[in-house]
Every structure is written in structure tokens, then in C-alpha cells.
Ligand binder design. Structure first.
Ligand code: BGC
Length: 452
């Protein structure tokens, strides 16, 4: 039967993870500590004192995990490389022990017909670099490009899709403005500096790719579309500020060569003037844009809310996930078309999409019923398809996440996996959502026609 949901023939069906959230064994084989290794050891910062010391033990179970991916039919896998495994001090000496893990991972993926997408930075800065100022030190761009070059030289013969940074907005907002994520600073003067040095680092890593790589390099951002609660001028202005801060702060410099005007309004005297030549570096052409998408915000003005003077408004008729995020699939279509309309016809990947919901304990017979997550994936895959139908060049989709993992400062309390992990035994059990996604993949989207 012909399907209404045809995806492009070479569309990648993936799942995503990140190093610190799943690997465990953070100091194995000569690795250095990262800022997350430190952060989880600072009392009170992570729920229940959870750490990534064991996590999903993926570092030791990698081969079995790739076999699991294969059994689901995944054609792509997005993972991140822990900088401090490869360069324990963040610069200089390369640690073959740590690098070897990623070589084995990539080889195992390829042997199983799974396309690797490697992210160079998913929030785990080497602690030794934080001691030198981390993302606040302008030298970080050279440190990052050196590390990136090591990885390109070693793996570009096998990895064809590279992402520089994962979600620079979260690194800055969580790490330097509100302190909820490593390195845990709360400083409005630091946040703009961290953003800018992240963007310079991205630019230098793209330049380095042109020298050492032959395939594709891109940037991964999280986009949360902002919709005004009313048409009152102050709500429209609040919506623009929220959108500039979260969505355009990173993409405008990369594609257009300047920050959104609203940044001055938001940060006031804390927003510096940057040298014009920085934007030449930041505006390197990239080969693809990765969009991580979870939710939207309906926004209204609220003078008490610093720095945006904007606050999200809860939608009484909507479903919310366990992390309090509204389920709003139309927003994913809106985002993919918005990115194409604003920044041009660049190839896009949905590099993360998923939801934390309460999961029942694994039932007899090894089944985990997660109907809300199945429904979430069905609706969002349809939303991706709708964007493709509107001419957006979407080349792949990565479910977040392959398996339950350390949800940063929320510890193991929130489960995003399509595969359930029992954190006492480390046993993996595909949830109904994984089974559903496997059917989507096997039918190349055809099963999306069928009611759940
Ligand atoms: C991050 C992931 C995180 C997920 C769910 C994204 O912001 O890239 O590391 O687990 O969202 O919060």
C-alpha cells in the first residue's frame, strides 16, 4: 500500500547519546577529569548525588550496545567524544588509550552498517582547561581546534558527519548564567563572553576541518520556538527577546555574521562590543545544521523575570512531559521551515528529539509500555515529514535518547531512553517506543500511516 509518509531514500534513522551521560569509567585508560566529573562531586548540585561514574557502563558494553542499535535497525548513531579522554589536560599530549575507544566504536558501527555522527563537544570540558578559565579564555578557540584536528586526522577516513558543539545556548545559560550545569557559574558578565568564545571555537574548528577533513561539518543547536501569549506590544517584545536569546543568538552570527539587536536590550552593560574580525571567523560556511528539538514556549511579558523580562505561559489543554515541557509537534515543523527561510537551504538534521515520561518498571516478559513516548515520536516524525513536504532538506532524524541515562543535574530521575536501563543491573530492555521506532525504520516511515 502506498504510504502518505515517504521519506527521502537516503534519510538517516538514528538515535543520539552523549559521552558523559552514558559511558561511565570517566578516568579509565588515562583519561583526565572533566568539569562534569567535578560538578557531580560538589554536594547538592546533582539530584540524589548521582554521578556519571558508572552511568550506562557503555564504555565497557559498547559492542553489545551497537548490537542493540543494529537489532532496532538504526542506520545512524550520534555520539559525542569526551575531550578529556583524548587529551587529559585538554591540550598538548594525546592519550591513545582514550582515543582508541572512539576508534573501536566507529569501527563497530561501520561493521554493523550504522553511519556515525560525531559531536566534538557535548558539555564535558577537560577540568584542566576550566582551571585556565574554560570558555571564558579566548585561547579556548585554539585549544578546541587543536583537539578537533586530532580527531579529524584520526577518524575522518571513517566519520563523514562531524558536529562541533552541542547546544552552545545550554552551555552558556546553564553553565555561566544560571549555574544549573557545569561549571556552575552565575554571572551575567560571563555569559556573553562564554557565548562568544564558544562561537569563535566553533569557527576555528570548522576552519580546521577544511584543512584536515573531506566530508561534512556542522553545528548543533537547540531551538525552542517562541509564540506570543497575546498580541499586546509588550508580549510581542518579550517573545522577540526570548527568541533572540535562545534561538538567534548562535545562528545569526554563524549564518549572518552578527548578533541579534535584542542582545544589548537583554544584557545591558554586560553585553560587550566584539571586534568585527571575530565575525569573519564565526561565519565559516558549514555543511549542515543540526537541530535539537523538544518543546515550544508561549511567552508573555513579566518585568520580574531577569534577564528576559519574559515568562512561559502554561497551556491548559496541552500534554506536558516529566521535565515540564509542552508537547507541541507543530513547533518542530515550524522550526525546520523557519531555519530554512531565515538561513537558507542548508541540509538539516534533527539531531535530538524525544521526551522524558514516567516509565513503569520492566514488566514480566521484558516489555516496557511507554505509550506517551510512542505517541510523542509518532507525532514528531509526522512533523518532520511535513517540513520535508514543504521543501526543507531534512536528511535524518535522531531520537533522544538511545537509552535512559544521566540527565545532567536531574541525575537518573528522568528517563528519555527508547531503551530502558535498569541502573542496578545495567540490563537494557527496548521499550515499546523502541519497537515502534524499529517499525518506522523498517517501513521507511510507512507505518506512520497507521493509528496507534
Ligand atoms: C541535551 C541532552 C539532554 C537532553 C534532554 C539536550 O538539551 O543535548 O544532553 O539530555 O536535551 O534534556
Amino acid at each position: 500500500m502506498p504510504s502518505n509518509f515517504r521519506f527521502p531514500p537516503r534519510f538517516l534513522w538514528g538515535a543520539a547519546t552523549s559521552a558523559y551521560q552514558i559511558e561511565g569509567s570517566p578516568l579509565a585508560d588515562g583519561a583526565g577529569p572533566s568539569i562534569w566529573h567535578r560538578f557531580v562531586r560538589t554536594p547538592g548540585l546533582v539530584k540524589d548525588g548521582d554521578t556519571g561514574d558508572v552511568a550506562c557502563d557503555h564504555y565497557q558494553r559498547m559492542a553489545a550496545d551497537v548490537a542493540l542499535m543494529k537489532s532496532l535497525g538504526l542506520t545512524a548513531y550520534r555520539f559525542s567524544i569526551a575531550w578529556a579522554r583524548v587529551m587529559p589536560e585538554g591540550r598538548g599530549r594525546v592519550n591513545e588509550g582514550g582515543l582508541g575507544f572512539y576508534e573501536r566504536l566507529v569501527d563497530t558501527l561501520l561493521e554493523n552498517g550504522i553511519e556515525p555522527m560525531a559531536t566534538l563537544y557535548h558539555w564535558d570540558l577537560p577540568a584542566a582547561l576550566d582551571d585556565r578559565g574554560g570558555w571564558l579564555n579566548p585561547d579556548v578557540a585554539d585549544w578546541f581546534a587543536d583537539y578537533a584536528s586530532v580527531m579529524y586526522r584520526r577518524l575522518d577516513d571513517r566519520v563523514k558527519l562531524w558536529a562541533t558543539l552541542n547546544e552552545p545556548w545550554v552551555v552558556t545559560d546553564g553553565g555561566y548564567l544560571h549555574g544549573a550545569l557545569a561549571p556552575g557559574h552565575r554571572n551575567r558578565f560571563e555569559a556573553p563572553i562564554a557565548s562568544h568564545q564558544l562561537l569563535r571555537s566553533h569557527g576555528k574548528a570548522v576552519q580546521a576541518y577544511r584543512a584536515h577533513g573531506k566530508h561534512q561539518v556542522g553545528l548543533v543547536v537547540n531551538i525552542e520556538p517562541k509564540y506570543p501569549a497575546t498580541n499586546a506590544p509588550e508580549d510581542l517584545a518579550a517573545t522577540r527577546r526570548a527568541d533572540a536569546y535562545m534561538n538567534r543568538q548562535y545562528l545569526d552570527p554563524v549564518f549572518l555574521g552578527h548578533y541579534p539587536d535584542e542582545m544589548h536590550e537583554i544584557f545591558g552593560e554586560a553585553w560587550p562590543e566584539w571586534p568585527a574580525e571575530d565575525f569573519d571567523l564565526i561565519k565559516q560556511p558549514i555543511d549542515f545544521l543540526g537541530i535539537n528539538w523538544y518543546t515550544r514556549n508561549v511567552v508573555r511579558h513579566d518585568a520580574q523575570q531577569w534577564p528576559l523580562q519574559a515568562v512561559p505561559v502554561r497551556q491548559p489543554l496541552s500534554t506536558y512531559t516529566e521535565t515540564g515541557w509542552e508537547v507541541y509537534p507543530q513547533g518542530l515543523t515550524d522550526t525546520l521551515t523557519w531555519a530554512r527561510d531565515r538561513y537558507g537551504p542548508i541540509p538539516q538534521y534533527v539531531t535530538e528529539n524525544g521526551a522524558a515520561f514516567f516509565d513503569p518498571p520492566v514488566a514480566q516478559g521484558g516489555r516496557v509500555r511507554d505509550p506517551l513516548r510512542v505517541d510523542y515520536f509518532q507525532k514528531h516524525l509526522k512533523a518532520v515529514h511535513a517540513a520535508i513536504g514543504q521543501g526543507v532538506d531534512v536528511r535524518g532524524y535522531f531520537a533522544w535518547s538511545l537509552m535512559d541515562n544521566l540527565e545532567w543535574s536531574l541525575g537518573y530521575s528522568k528517563r528519555f531512553g527508547i531503551v530502558h536501563v535498569n541502573f542496578a543491573t545495567l540490563e537494557r530492555t527496548p521499550k515499546d517506543s523502541a519497537r515502534y521506532y524499529a517499525q518506522v525504520i523498517a517501513s521507511h516511515g510507512g507505518v506512520l500511516d497507521e493509528a496507534l
